[in-house]
Each structure stands twice: as C-alpha cells, then as structure tokens.
Design a protein around this ligand. Sequence first.
Ligand code: FAD
Length: 429
Amino acid sequence: KITLFWFRRDLRLEDNVGLYYAFSQERNVLPLFIFDTEILNKLEDKCDARVGFIHAQLQRLNQELAAFGSTLLVKLGSPLSVYERLMKEYDIQCVYTNRDYEPYARERDKAVGELLKSRQIPFYDFKDQVIFEQNEILTDSGQHYKVYTPYSRNWKAKLQSTKLTPLHLDANRKGFYQTKPFAIPSLMDIGFEPSPIQIPPIEINKPLIRQYDKTRNYPATAGTTRLGIHLRFGTISIRKLVSEATSLNETYLNELIWREFYMMILYHNPEVVTQSFKKAYDAIPWRNNEAEFTAWCNGKTGYPIVDAGMRELNATGYMHNRVRMITASFLTKHLLIDWRWGEAYFAKKLLDFELASNNGGWQWAAGTGTDAQPYFRIFNPSSQQEKFDKDGAYIKKWVPEWGSESYPKPIVDHKFARARALETYKGAL
Ligand code: FAD
C-alpha cells in the first residue's frame, strides 16, 4: 500500500507541513504532481515562464527525493481523471496535501476528496500556504474583516502566541516509497517550450529586508525581495519568511500580511473574481476603448512612468509595486477601462501572479475594493514620477526613446482625464 502526497503550490521538501505529516505518520509515501490540463489549456503563451519554472522545480524535487531513495510521480491530465487512473495502478491507502484557497482549487479538492471517499480512501489536508487561514483572524463579533488595518493588528497579536518552528524530514526515517527515480515528462511532452525570462533566486536577503521601508518605493533600485513567484509556488516557506521578517522590518511584515488579507477576502467573497467588492461600483460605465488598451499594454501611452512599467512587465514578467499602482490607476481612472481588463493582462504576464493579490491590487487602484480611501484619489503620473524616479533612471532603462521625436504624445491630457474620471464615478454612484 502507498500513501500519496499531492504537491500543488508548495514545491519544496523543507518545512512543508502536509509532506512532513505524511512522511512522519505513514509509510511508502509517494509524492505526486499533476500538470493540470484544466489550467494549462487556458494558458495562451506556450512559452509561459511559470510553467517552465514549475517544471524546473519538479526536476529539483526529483533529485532531492532521490537522496531519500525515492522519486516524484508526475502526471498530466485533469486531476479527477489522473486519480481514476492512479487508483487502478496503485493500492492507495490515503492522500495528503496542503490546502489551497482559490475558488477553482476548492472545487477541485472537493471533487477529488469525494472521489477518494467513494473508494474509502481518506484525503487529509493541512495549512501550509499562509500563517493564518480565512477563519483564524476574526473580529470580536466573529466576523471576517473587510478592512486591512484592524485585520493586521489582530494578525500580529495572534502571531505572538504562534510557533513557527521549521519542520525537517528526518533522513533516518524511511518514510518515502523506495524506488529508482521515475522519468519526468519534458516541457515539450506537456505542450510547452522554454522561456527566455529569468526567474529571481530563492534568497532571503536580510540586509535588503532590513532597509525595506526606505527602499521599497523606488523602482530604479533593487529595493524589494522579488520573492513573489516563490511564495506563489511555495518554493519558499511563508513560516520561514515571516520568522525572519518579524525581526528585520515591520513594513515588510505588513506586506506579507496584505497577501494573507487578500487571500482571506477572496475566500469569503469569491464573487470578487468577476464583481466589484463594493457592488455599487459595477455601475461605472467604462469606456473600454480597445486602441487605448493596446497602447497601455504595449507601453505607448506617452506617460513615461506608465510606459516603463508596462515594458518592464512585458520583458521580464515583473513590475515594481509602485508602478503597478500607477499603471493600474492610469488604466482605470485616466482611460476609464474596466479594471477586469487590466487584471486579466497582469494575470497573463506576472511571474508572481496570485489571483487574490492581483484582484485586490486592481480593485484598490480602481477604488472598487476593500480600501477605505475614496475613489477621488487619482494618481498624477508626472508627480509620481517626480517623487519616485526623480532622475528618470527607471524610465531611461525601459523607455530609451523618452524625450525624442519618436516617443508618443500623451494619449490623454491629465487634467481632462482626471475631471472625466471624477465625473464618471460620481455619476455612477
Ligand atoms: P516585496 O515588496 O519584496 O514583498 C514581499 C512579498 O509580500 C511579495 O512577494 C508578496 O507576496 C507580498 N506582497 C507585497 N506587497 C503586497 C501587496 N500589496 N498585496 C499582496 N501581497 C503583497 N502581488 C502578487 O503576489 N501577485 C499579483 O498578482 C499581484 N498583482 C498586483 C496588481 C496590482 C495592480 C498591484 C497594485 C499590486 C499587485 N501585487 C501582486 C502586490 C505587489 O505589487 C507584489 O506582491 C510585489 O510587487 C511583488 O514584488 P516582490 O516579490 O519584490 O515584493
């Protein structure tokens, strides 16, 4: 009999809660990863760097498992069909995994859990992706929070009494299924190709985090940790990162709390995937001009800080947070294009794409989200540039033709666009 440990967005052996318990409590644990065709088939870009990243991590895991005399089993298909096949191939005693909170993942896990249950196979899931789950931080009256600041206060208080001791696999225990390594399908086998985009290293840069509150807002400098993709796919442990953050920099810790706040919001309000968090804002008559949207996507709006951000995103799969706020505000307020268009574009391009944070970030920028700030906060791209890229170093890097004849004229006048946005929002609410 074997026990399956199902990897999803927790691609590491170290300090992996579900894996640790499977390994310590069961025998013959066979780690599994499913390339889910329900997800892969929706990706338009067959060179998607995130798929290449996952693939590289699976190879690394397979090597690390070989040191335990074991292997990783990699399958391609819809999870239900893969489990149907696995139940024929193996005598499965139980399945362990870590919880995943996105709407699709919850449905998937419910269906897989039911299938396994129908064959008397228990399905055990653990908290691994966050410090506190959706129902762990509640108001005094037992409600989930709708505003970040009191949530984060409560989150920090609860952290005081929470142990974050890392979980190591004991090399002397033969917890894993003992076998020669299985071959992992190639990227080509699953219908993808390598991407030229570079992935930032998994590294906790302590000096950087210590300075984070001072450096985080300047896109020309390497002032943020670039760990987004590693948090997305679990190649770093959130417990380890939070343990470091608590002693290094409070502003940095606050950002990690934003991540959990948005996950909690998405969990309790799954409708925000398609609707505004503040429902009334769905009455805004977006202009949705396609030519203007294309200019924004391609970094050709004539607003250099906006264009630099979009070009950085297109070239690297990354955009600095300050510039994400500026570009998102520009799309929704200056161009009056539906935040869902921008959200979908970021979702395609960002290496660190996270449904909860992306949706939260876009709704924040559009003024439709959880933020207490009123909609009439409209970023002025020129003063943002003046404040956060004073000498133009970031802009020059991404928009070398800035200032020359070939650089486009502004797609819309700032004053005019600001007044139009205010009028449109006011009229709709
Ligand atoms: P650091 O500044 O070093 O922060 C460390 C980690 O904290 C990040 O990796 C991330 O996991 C978390 N974090 C930081 N800021 C935020 C935030 N405001 N909200 C939630 N988590 C945060 N973040 C994503 O992880 N995925 C997204 O798809 C995403 N889309 C965004 C869209 C918009 C319009 C905006 C305004 C923000 C978005 N963010 C998103 C939040 C933030 O911009 C990124 O997390 C950050 O820029 C990633 O860079 P970093 O890893 O260097 O982060």
